[in-house]
Design a protein around this ligand. Structure first.
Ligand code: AP5
Length: 218
């Protein structure tokens, strides 16, 4: 069973690797960022609460995020494993997740930590483009779509996220350093952490993650 967390700063490649991991392992991909962006697009009550935090590059409050993730993990498709992307992002979120899973006799099996230098991240995020329809991730230099502005997977429109403006990117990196990076020690102490150099090409990072998961699962 693979109950995985993808950990790393904004732009480290969590969403990119999640897409590849879903194809390989057929696990549900739970991205809290995608959930919030979909809620903002719909204009739902959750979206109205989350919008200001996303636009400012700040974290949505823990109680809101944890409620959503618990509800998602309760769904039948998550009982045989899952990929959490962008959650947890604070120590209280990690503690709440551990308690919730322990209550269901489950646990996190691997924390994939993707490490990338902040200057590289700024270049990546300001060049990132995303499909408005299926959320596939592109980069204007590193991973362009075959036809400009059109998603290779579904033909949807490719756009730039509002929080990928340089000033907001710098704020998100600061928030990561202060509130999320302490999770590296949290999961290392619990023997769950596996760190990967996210500056390697996408396929190399993916192969290394798969190798580590396969070694772990025998
Ligand atoms: P979220 O959507 O989770 O954003 P993030 O963590 O900032 O991560 P990103 O999606 O920006 O980056 P990524 O690591 O997935 O990189 P990607 O694969 O796209 O969260 C957004 C907001 O929602 C937060 O700011 C917060 O407000 C809120 N939120 C979400 N979760 C929350 C939580 N738990 N608690 C509170 N608030 C929460 O790759 C980036 C680019 O690099 C792409 O263009 C890609 O093609 C390229 N790339 C990827 N890998 C490589 C590589 N190896 N080499 C070269 N280029 C690469």
């Amino acid at each position: 069973m693979i109950n995985m967390i993808l950990l790393g700063p904004p732009g480290a490649g969590k969403g990119t690797q999640a897409e590849l991991l879903v194809d390989r392992y057929h696990l549900p991909h739970i991205s809290t960022g995608d959930i919030f962006r979909a809620a903002v697009k719909e204009g739902s009550p959750l979206g109205q609460k989350a919008k200001a935090f996303l636009d400012a590059g700040k974290l949505v409050p823990d109680d809101i995020v944890v409620g959503i993730v618990k509800e998602r993990l309760n769904q039948p498709d998550c009982q045989e494993g899952f990929i959490l992307d962008g959650f947890p992002r604070t120590i209280p979120q990690a503690e709440m997740l551990d308690r919730y899973l322990a209550g269901a006799d489950r646990q996190i099996t691997a924390v994939i930590n993707i490490d990338v230098d902040f200057e590289v991240l700024i270049r990546r995020l300001t060049g990132r483009r995303v499909c408005r329809n299926c959320q596939a991730v592109y980069h204007i230099v590193n991973k362009p779509s075959q036809k400009s502005g059109v998603c290779d997977h579904c033909g949807g429109e490719i756009y730039q996220r509002q929080d990928d403006a340089e000033e907001t990117v710098r704020k998100r990196l600061e928030v990561y350093r202060d509130q999320t990076a302490p999770l590296i020690a949290y999961y290392r102490e619990r023997g769950k952490l596996k760190t990967f150099n996210g500056e390697e090409p996408i396929q190399v990072v993916f192969d290394q993650i798969c190798l580590a998961l396969e070694e772990q699962n025998g």
